[in-house]
Design a protein around this ligand. Structure first.
Ligand code: NFS
Length: 639
């Protein structure tokens, strides 16, 4: 098979060829070499949880040595994926809370968004009157940190949901308690000899995922905005073509804005810029990758080098002086690829030390000094670039990014207002949904998965949705696919959107696909859906919105899928999770949950079929939605 067929990104194809010529192995080589994957692993019915195993379920051996059947084994494995994902997102949020606790007027981390801090302080009953903003910040940070380990009570962020949804959570008993507790409970309950009941395993998976969506991730996003600013629309460009021939190229990869924000500052330092010129470069060019890329593009317009599947390919351009990473979604393979070029692969987090990398530990207490040291390493490395080995592919697309909820609401308010009104409400958006000008809204999120063709499902599904007047919001590597393929360009509506969506886009000057940030920022999508539902006095499960993860691969994505479903939003996956070993697990996740939380999963690995199903399901949902709208209009408003 031609490796190049494994991606639809033309830049990636050029780089796959170059890797071949340079004798460098990439994920695409490993994918072809891997041939058949383990069937037990794929179905989720291999149990490695105790030392008697691995126990693999077959018709001849229907139970593991302890007697666990396929339902128990699949359920336990699934629950542990959710725990892993929740841990990753939430630990990211914990770091931000620690950073806020460190914030000070004369330190590296300041409070950028006082209004948002005050709002959160009020929500959390923190006194604000006459207090120093940093005192407030420290108290809010402390409360945020308590959300991870508080002995009693449930997440204090649940009350941001419509009351109907809160009741569903109460009734089904999935209100998450302290974040760490939920994760620990799964690790305990899936230990040998604990829970064997599949319903219970799925129930605790949902409750733990709620600790991600409605606690960890929400804290992550809110605290990031308070510390680094709430994103507003800005212009950028995306794909490997943003790397520059004549500049020091630094690729920022990973997740937490604590590090990347400081690198952005350091890269503007006049001394370092002067040093770059001394080295013969014209300046310093930052380019983002994966969710760090999303964080810095949303807040600074830093251009996007690429997504999860392009991390090796960026180095293969031969034009990258340093790849700087913190945590999550970093291929260990980067060390080997970097060895083939002059690129420095710099790891910074004690949570993600990678063999063969250059380790410079990042400490928030000395943030800017360390960031400058790291950028200096990159700048000094420019002289080692071998021009003969450089090939920067040409393609890049322009994109408008930065659509936080705070940006979307006043922007959409322009449907009725001629100017951007900061006090605007979601009403115009809701009205577009009610009237059917917009048939629905979809959150298209998640990774790239080598089980399919890189970017194909994302791009196919997003194009189909917007053609059918379904507005798309996106985060994570899905957002990068959209940016790379021109779907975040303001002209994209004219080219790809249906008449209703195109009209809205033109009226309010937005692209048909809106970049809402990193995966942690899916909490922004929850906030937006919650705001619309509240405006309509409906549950989140009543409105025509869906979640889609066409190319998901990480445990984080499994946790996300679960909390989106738990939030009443039907969720569509383009890759089958490892659950098919248990027919009951498949039944519960794709059907049974509907009765409990009003939503469930649908899986189809054919992206064209999946898109068609989503569109028809949204239309079905509209029937229910329009009926509710009508009923509400008949009831006279309370005096
Ligand atoms: Ni999300 Fe971010 Fe990308 Fe997937 Fe990884 S970067 S947190 S997990 S691969 S979307």
């Amino acid at each position: 098979m031609d490796k190049k067929m494994l991606t639809i990104d033309l830049n990636s194809q050029v780089m796959i060829d170059k890797a071949e010529k340079d004798g460098v192995e990439t994920m695409y080589d490993r994918k072809l070499a891997m041939k058949a994957q383990c069937g037990f692993g794929l179905q989720g019915n291999c149990c490695r949880i105790c030392g008697m195993g691995p126990c693999r379920i077959t018709p001849k051996t229907p139970r593991g040595l302890c007697g666990a059947d396929e339902h128990t084994i699949v359920g336990r494995n699934f629950a542990r994926m959710v725990a892993g994902g929740t841990a990753a997102h939430s630990d990211h949020a914990r770091d931000l809370a620690h950073t806020m606790a460190l914030s000070s007027r004369d330190g590296n981390y300041k409070i950028r968004e006082e209004g948002k801090l005050i709002e959160l302080a009020k929500e959390w009953d923190v006194a604000t009157e006459g207090r120093d903003i940093y005192d407030i910040a420290h108290e809010v940070a402390e409360i945020g940190l308590m959300e991870f380990g508080k002995p009693y009570g449930v997440s204090r962020l649940l009350k941001n949901a419509p009351k109907q949804r809160q009741q569903v959570w109460k009734d089904y008993e999935i209100e998450p308690r302290a974040i760490d507790r939920e994760i620990a409970t799964i690790m305990h309950s899936t230990h040998i000899g604990c829970t064997s009941d599949l319903d219970s395993l799925i129930h605790m998976s949902l409750r733990t995922s709620m600790a991600d969506g409605w606690a960890g991730s929400m804290i992550g996003t809110r605290f990031s905005d308070i510390l680094f600013g709430t994103p507003i629309p800005r212009q950028t460009e995306a794909n490997l073509g943003v790397l520059e021939q004549t500049k020091v190229n630094i690729v920022l990869h990973g997740h937490e804005p604590t590090l990347s924000e400081m690198i952005v500052l350091a890269s503007e330092d006049p001394e370092l810029v002067a040093l770059a010129k001394e080295m013969g470069a014209e300046g310093i060019n930052l380019a983002g990758m994966c969710c760090t890329g999303n964080e810095v593009t949303m807040r600074h317009g830093v251009r996007i080098a690429g997504d999860f599947h392009q991390q090796e390919l960026a180095i293969i351009t031969g034009a990258v002086e340093a790849v700087i990473v913190d945590v999550q979604c970093i291929f260990p393979a980067l060390a080997k690829v970097a060895d083939c070029y002059h690129t420095k692969f710099i790891t910074t987090s004690p949570k993600a030390k990678i063999t063969g990398s250059t380790y410079i530990e990042f400490k928030e207490e000395e943030a800017l000094a360390i960031a400058k040291e790291i950028v200096k390493e990159a700048v000094l490395n420019f002289k080692n670039r071998d021009q003969e080995k450089v090939l920067i592919p040409e393609l890049k697309s322009s994109a408008t990014v930065g659509y936080s909820v705070d940006a979307i609401i006043p922007q959409l308010d322009r449907v009725v207002n001629s100017h951007i009104d900061p006090t605007g409400t979601v009403k115009p958006l809701v009205d577009c949904l009610k009237s059917g000008v917009l048939r629905g809204a979809a959150g298209v999120v998640g990774c790239n998965n080598a089980k399919g063709v890189s970017n194909e499902a994302h791009v196919t599904i997003m194009k189909e949705l917007i053609k059918n007047d379904i507005i798309v919001v996106t985060t994570g590597c899905g957002a990068q696919a959209a940016a790379k393929f021109g779907l975040m360009d303001k002209d994209a509506a004219k080219k790809y959107a249906g008449k209703g969506l195109a009209t809205v886009c033109e009226l309010v000057d937005i692209p048909p696909v809106l970049h809402m940030g990193s995966c942690v920022d899916i909490s922004r999508i929850l906030d937006l859906v919650a705001a619309c539902a509240k405006n309509l006095d409906m549950d989140m499960s009543d409105i025509p919105v869906v979640g889609i993860a066409p190319e998901w691969m990480s445990e984080k994505a499994v946790a996300i899928g679960c909390y989106v479903v738990a939030s009443g939003i039907d969720t569509y996956l383009g890759i089958m999770p490892p659950i098919t070993g248990s027919s009951r697990a498949v039944e519960i996740l794709t059907e049974g949950l509907k009765d409990k939380v009003g939503a469930s999963f649908t899986v189809n690995e054919n992206c064209h079929e999946l898109a068609a199903t989503i569109i028809s399901d949204i239309e079905k949902k509209r029937v229910h939605f329009e009926k509710l709208v009508e009923e509400k209009m008949m009831v006279p408003a309370e005096a």
